[in-house]
Design a protein around this ligand. Structure first.
Ligand code: NAD
Length: 264
């Protein structure tokens, strides 16, 4: 299937690794001109090289900007001109007992996970509306509808994204601009890999055992019973960004391996 993305300009936040990098690869493979983003210049340059290796002939550039503040978002928009596709992928997580999460951490999660997407959408949406075409996708999480006990602040930020995305979609009635959320489940990214290696070491079990325990006790409803690969999330996101997905609007789309036990 040709996703008809040739010539579209796409910005993917937090995309030097993990799900964001996979989304950038998928969009570039479909012909979009992709802008990568990460915090450090060296990380962004290395990711640009990796993407061109993965997708020969890809049209890609990158902007280093820390999007956990208004100033960082402004630095990005000052460099990256209008885009047709904005994927608000950036998101941080940090398992912590609720009683230990301080105010500053709540605000940091809100600012990084929610406000980065709000600020960038506020900047890029008007031109999309003026051109009568655009795609904005928020990468939320199954944690947005099943708040996790081990990181309540993260769950809060992922729920907030769902509300923001749907609310923004309500402002795009009758236009060619769509706003959607995509909800991944446990996905095998570098950050998750590091977390499980540490957990396995602490518990004195193998990595395989730690993963099996996770699906037995922490995510028992998973139908997949394995980690999702970043490319499996990216293929849904690439479709949502396509002109072919014109009737998918204001939706919260799950790619969580069946963790959420509900009919819709
Ligand atoms: P990750 O930790 O692997 O992402 C790292 C990327 O984010 C890098 O490019 C890094 O440079 C960038 N980054 C981190 N802080 C930044 C900042 N302040 N400014 C700019 N860039 C920054 O992330 P991931 O696991 O791939 O998650 C991506 C998205 O998917 C997040 O929104 C996350 O909540 C969501 N998600 C992930 C999982 C999972 O299991 N990995 C599950 C559900 C949802």
């Amino acid at each position: 299937m040709d996703l008809q993305l040739t010539g579209k300009r796409a910005l993917v936040t937090g995309s030097t690794a993990g799900i964001g990098f996979a989304i950038a690869c998928a969009l570039a493979a479909e012909g979009a001109h992709v802008t990568l983003n990460g915090r450090s210049r060296s990380g962004v340059s290395a990711a640009v090289v990796r993407l061109i290796e993965a997708v020969p002939g890809a049209r890609v550039d990158g902007v280093a900007a820390d999007l956990s503040s208004a100033a960082g978002c402004e630095a990005l928009t000052a460099t990256c001109g209008d885009v047709d596709i904005l994927v608000n992928n950036l998101g941080i997580f940090d398992p912590r007992p609720f009683e230990e999460i301080q105010d500053i951490e709540w605000f940091n999660f809100f600012e990084t996970n929610v406000m980065s997407g709000v600020r960038l959408s506020r900047h890029y949406l008007p031109a999309m509306k003026a051109r009568d075409w655009g795609r904005i996708v928020f990468i939320s999480s199954e944690s947005g509808i099943c708040p996790p006990a081990e990181m309540v602040h993260y769950g809060m930020s992922k729920s907030a994204q769902l509300s923001v995305a749907r609310g923004m979609a309500e402002t795009c009635v009758g236009s060619g601009v769509t706003v959607n959320s995509v909800l991944p489940g446990p996905t095998r990214t570098e950050g998750v890999g590091t977390f499980f290696s540490r957990l396995a070491q602490e518990q004195g079990v193998s990595l395989e055992q730690a993963e099996q325990d996770f699906f037995a006790h922490a995510r028992p409803t998973s139908l997949l019973k394995r980690f999702i690969e970043p490319a499996e999330v990216a293929s849904l996101v690439a479709y949502v960004c396509s002109p072919l997905a014109s009737a998918t609007h204001g939706a919260a789309l799950k790619v969580e391996g069946g963790v959420v036990r509900s009919l819709i």
